[in-house]
Structure formats: C-alpha cells, structure tokens
Design a protein around this ligand. Structure first.
Ligand code: CTP
Length: 454
C-alpha cells in the first residue's frame, strides 16, 4: 500500500476517450492535420512510416537549401528524430541554428570535430540512421557520391551507413542535362540509391526546366513509404505495460514494483520495426515512445476493458502482456480517506481482478500471437510453462525477479518458452532485449506469411 500517492482514478471510458482526444491518435493525425492546413488541397497520405525513425538529413550548398528547413520540420512532426548534417557550403544558404531550432539537435558539419565526436562519433551516427536523405543534393555532391569519395562529414556518413539512402537533386536545368551528371545519377541508381526528382519548372536563376528540388509535399510520402518497409509493417501490436493501482480510498492503493520500462522498450522497438503499436499503460513515470498510441489506465479492470475494446474494434496481430497486473483489488473503495480510530484499517476484503491476458487469448478475435510475461522468484521455468498452458499463451517470457533484480532496472534477461522450445534473450539492456524479442516476432510472422502463401 502506498499512502503517499493520490490515485488519479478515472472511469475506463473517460480514460480512453480523453487519451484518444488529446494524445492517443497523436503524432500521425496531428501531422496530417498540420499537413492538410499547410498544403491545402493536397491529398493527405500515410506518413506513419516516419514514426520513431531516425532520419539523417544531409543539406548541401544550393539555393533550395531553404526548403530543407520545411522538410526537417515536416519529418519531425511526422514522428521522426531528425539529425541534420550540412556541407560547409550549405551554411552559406541557411544557418545551422535554424535547423538546430527545428530539430532540437545541434547540426553536424565538420568531420574532424572533437567535441561532436565525443558525443556521437560519425560511425555511430551512420549506424544510428534508419534513412539518409540528401535534400537538396547539388551536382558536386552527386559526383562525390558516385565516385565514392569521402572528403567531408556528409559523404563519409553516406559511405559508412547501412541505412537506405536517397538523394533529391536540385540544380540549374542545363547542369542537370549534362551527360556527366546523368552518368553519376545512373551509377547511384545502379547501387540501390533512391533518386527523388528533380521537379521541372521555373528556377531561381530564371531558367525553366528540370532541376527544381521536389516539393516537401512530394518528398514526404515517398520517404515515408521507404521508411515504412520495416519487418513488422502492416502489423498491429497491442502491448500492456506498467503496474496497475487498485484504490482503497482516495489516497491509498494496492500496487507492485513494476516500472513499465520493459513494456515501453517493447513498444518503442515495435514502432521502430514498422508496426502500428497501441500501448495500454498503467501509471508510470515514462513518456510515450515516438510513434506509439498510448491508452492510459489505472486499474486492472480498466486495462481489461481497454484490451477487450481494442480486440473487438480492430484487427490485432500480436498481443504482448508485459504489465504487472494486480491480481486482487479491494472489494469496496472508500469515498473518503479512511481514518484511524474511526474506520477499521486492520482488515481489507479483496476480490479477484480479471486476468487480462487470459481474456485476450480466449477472445473471439484472438490475435494470432499472444505473448505473456512471468515474473518469478523461484522455479522460474516450471512456473512459466504452467502459466503458458493455463492462460492459453503462444509464448511466455520468464524473468527472474528474485533479489530485487529487474524491477526498475535498465537490464534484463528473458527465457522465452514456446510450444517448440526455449530461447534465451539477453542479458542486456531492456531496449536490446526488446529488439531481440521483436526480431523473433517478425520472424514468426514472416514464416506464417510464407506458409500462408504456399
Ligand atoms: N496478467 C494479466 N492479468 C492479470 C494477471 C496477470 O494479464 N490479472 C498477465 C501478465 O501481464 C503476464 C502474465 O499474465 O503477461 C503473468 O503474470 P504474473 O503476474 O506472473 O501471473 P499471475 O497470473 O499473476 O500468477 P502468480 O501471481 O500466481 O504468479
């Protein structure tokens, strides 16, 4: 029991409704609304591919560099993390401070910058990116890329990354038509680089013809489509996380030690894998991961209602029950704070809470993969195996919580039991383990898809 916290209790419908209205539909719809206002008349396309993605935006020295500001802003609003890297000549057109203000990250310019390297080194930055896009890309940078030269930070990152790479060329129409530029572009396309544009029309120099940077409204859907190609794109995952609070009176509740970190790490990794993610979260101090729709609940009953509503209302491919749901709740909740001497504080009558994951695995619209967690202090694997059977789960991830391990920590080790056997994930950070589990889930779905196709 925790007498120091007020239970911020809401009715289930209110909780879900409020969240959907304020932040549940969150990044994607807010971006679409902004997109619609900003580019009135344009078709609003799916920008969800940007959710929780890391985009490295290269800006080179051309007049179209000013449009890269709008592109950075649009990608941020669509849920991406954007790191801008400028060539020194690009800074003659737009100040790095502008990009820093738009993205919240200092702009990287120099290859040999000791202070920047002390933070995220250039190789680390190359690995960080899910997508590298150079917009605008000048004729000079196109040539440098085609030749595989690495004479500044941007072209070095280009060679060092394993991410998808694209360029949006922008130059004078006569330059664009030059055979040397054509051969550089062909060479890059042959290496798998996506070349977006250029557009045709009136140019800053007064010429008319091909060479204009594609409009942001054109670039955004194309970049989103490239990013959406994650291993779980098209899948809907529902994940529960955190503890539940079961109120006794307005200031006291029953709960447990869960921090929600594992569930949040799973939600974040699933979004990064391209899935649509709904996180049903008990009270935690954590902020909602990028690209994730969060439904806030307080009690086990609210969590159960939220999950049942989700299953009835939408197709859910995978459910992960990472929440530490309270098994019992007080039979009655006092309207006023209970007082010593006046009220009987020595006994508390408890009733059983619904088993959220049992309800999911026995739902008419059951997800094809239901994954539970088993936090145990003894006989880890035996208890977990029994729980998998009893709750009708496909997989169960057992973790040892004896000696205060796991709760509130950043590291974990899971033993994932399936009908076929057992896989150990970790030890490692909860983020690393989340990615490992999501990789197994993605593999499971790719096998299911292959089998269906045959
Ligand atoms: N779970 C749930 N609803 C509950 C209790 C548990 O959905 N009311 C889920 C958890 O999210 C987890 C799994 O069931 O995925 C196992 O949770 P755990 O607390 O280990 O199991 P219990 O059923 O509570 O069993 P016990 O307390 O006896 O260990």
């Amino acid at each position: 029991m925790d007498a120091n916290h007020t239970v911020g209790r809401r009715k289930p419908q209110q909780a879900i409704g409020t969240v959907l209205a304020t932040r549940g539909i969150s990044a994607d719809l807010r971006t679409r609304a902004w997109y619609r206002t900003r580019f009135r008349g344009e078709t609003v396309t799916d920008l969800s591919g940007f959710s929780a993605k890391h985009v490295l935006l290269g800006v080179t020295g051309g007049i179209a560099a000013y449009k890269a500001c709008e592109l950075a802003r649009a990608m941020m609003r669509a849920g991406a993390d954007v790191q801008v890297v400028m060539t020194p000549s690009a800074t003659a057109f737009v100040g790095p401070m502008t990009f820093q203000a738009l993205t919240g990250r200092p702009v990287r310019i120099e290859l040999l910058d000791p202070s920047a390297e002390a933070g995220m080194g250039h190789i680390e930055l190359a690995r960080w990116a899910d997508l590298v896009v150079i917009a605008p890309c000048t004729a000079h940078t196109l040539a440098t890329l085609a030749l595989g030269q690495a004479d500044d930070l941007l072209t070095t990152l280009w060679l060092a990354t394993r991410a998808q790479r694209c360029v949006a060329p922008a130059m004078n129409q006569q330059m664009w038509s030059d055979p040397s530029v054509t051969s550089h572009v062909e060479r890059l396309i042959a290496r798998g680089v996506h070349v977006l544009g250029p557009d045709s029309g009136q140019q800053a120099c007064g010429d008319i013809g091909p060479g204009r940077l594609l409009e942001v409204t054109e670039l955004m859907p194309r970049l989103a489509a490239l990013l959406a190609q994650g291993p779980l794109s098209g899948r809907h995952l529902v994940i529960t996380a955190g503890p539940t609070h079961e109120p006794i009176d307005p200031v006291r509740f029953l709960s447990n030690q869960a921090s929600g970190k594992m569930g949040y790490a799973l939600a974040s990794a699933a979004a990064a894998f391209g899935a649509r993610v709904t996180l049903v979260s008990g009270p935690t101090a954590l902020s909602c991961p990028r690209g994730v729709t969060r439904i806030d609940v307080v009690t086990a009953c609210e969590m159960d209602n939220a999950c049942q509503t989700l299953l009835s209302g939408s197709q859910v491919d995978c459910f992960i029950g990472a929440a530490a749901v309270s098994d019992m709740r007080p039979a009655t909740v006092a309207q006023e704070k209970l007082k010593k001497g006046k009220d009987d504080l020595s006994t508390l009558t408890l009733v059983e809470n619904p088993d959220v994951i049992w309800g999911v695995s026995h739902h008419a619209n059951r997800p094809s993969l239901v994954v539970g967690f088993a936090a145990e202090t003894q006989a880890l694997l035996a208890h977990a195996a029994e729980k998998r059977e009893r709750k009708g789960l496909d997989w169960i991830c057992a973790n040892d919580v004896s000696d205060g391990q796991v709760f509130g920590q950043d590291t974990n080790c899971l033993h994932c039991l399936t009908a076929a056997g057992q896989v150990t994930l970790g030890p490692g950070t909860k983020s690393e383990i989340a990615r490992q589990l999501l990789t197994n889930i993605a593999t499971h779905f790719s096998i299911v898809k292959d089998t269906t196709c045959n």
